[in-house]
Design a protein around this ligand. Sequence first.
Ligand code: NAP
Length: 311
Amino acid sequence: MSGIRLGLVGVGKIARDQHFPSIEATDGIALAAAASRSASVDGIANFTSLTEMLSGTEIDAVGLCTPPQVRYALALEALKAGRHVLLEKPPGATLSEVEDLVEVAREKGVTLFATWHSRFAPAVEPAWDWLAKRSVRRAVITWKEDVRRWHPGQEWIWEPGGLGVFDPGINALSIATHILPTTFFLTGSTLSFPENRQAPIAAKLAFTDANGLDLTADFDWRQEGPQTWDIVVETEDGGSLELSEGGKKLTLDGKPVIDEPDAEYRGIYRHFVDLVGSGTSDVDIAPLRHVADAFMLGRRETVDAFHEEPI
Ligand code: NAP
């Protein structure tokens, strides 16, 4: 095995769907071990906890694919043990704990990478490039999906720290904070909480900037049928940009210019290999800060109870 020996913690949906195949496809990194309370992975060393994995096998880095509520303690343990750490999104349950991890990584001289997978979607860099030379007047984010389809049986997303509809919504915010050539901030939000849950099933957000930007975001987890992950931007010079399907497609001034298959997690692992190689970290908390602001300014409304099986 050559390159970075990675141990992965939390063998759930995203580990199986994306991390395993993307690690396999990336030069300079290999999956050496997994720590799981319930699963075992063929062909590598298996452990039931991070503590056992750190003492039981040789690894250089730890990837955390657990829910955000348990991520800080695991990341802290791995960093203190001198391992590089890759965090699934969101990087933590609070802003302060993520900032603490940045400090620990710096003290230990290891890499900390807070991933935002949507930033690696194929049309995102071209969108950033096109917008970098322009001023934005208006932008509309519409992120609507079916929670039953994408999060079957996941109870943690409904608990405090699980973020509810912001679990996908933060992906849109990770793109917006990257491509919009301005620093924007929240002015208001309405959060719709199912009467039997601790996290919102829908959210409407409004943002502005020092130049009066009109940015809105509409997140909803109750969308059946076609799913919507779109960002539409109007520029001051009358131009328009549409980023659709979560960043796979780009349309500029009405003309389709990019429509490419997803390779987000390969981009994540290539970047992680580069970060470790150059001895640097990459932690941007801006998307999580906007979510925290949405909870701070949030007007709460109670909506129908959510049940895993529709009744
Ligand atoms: P998941 O299917 O529920 O898997 C999470 C895994 O974490 C569990 O299978 C479990 O693995 C482990 N775990 C450790 N402590 C846990 C706890 N207290 N409660 C529940 N699980 C615990 O979730 P996921 O969809 O993979 O999401 C994990 C992270 O990836 C989240 O932050 C999510 O936002 C992010 N993500 C998910 C997707 C997606 O499409 N699902 C996409 C991008 C990013 P063991 O049984 O092996 O210990």
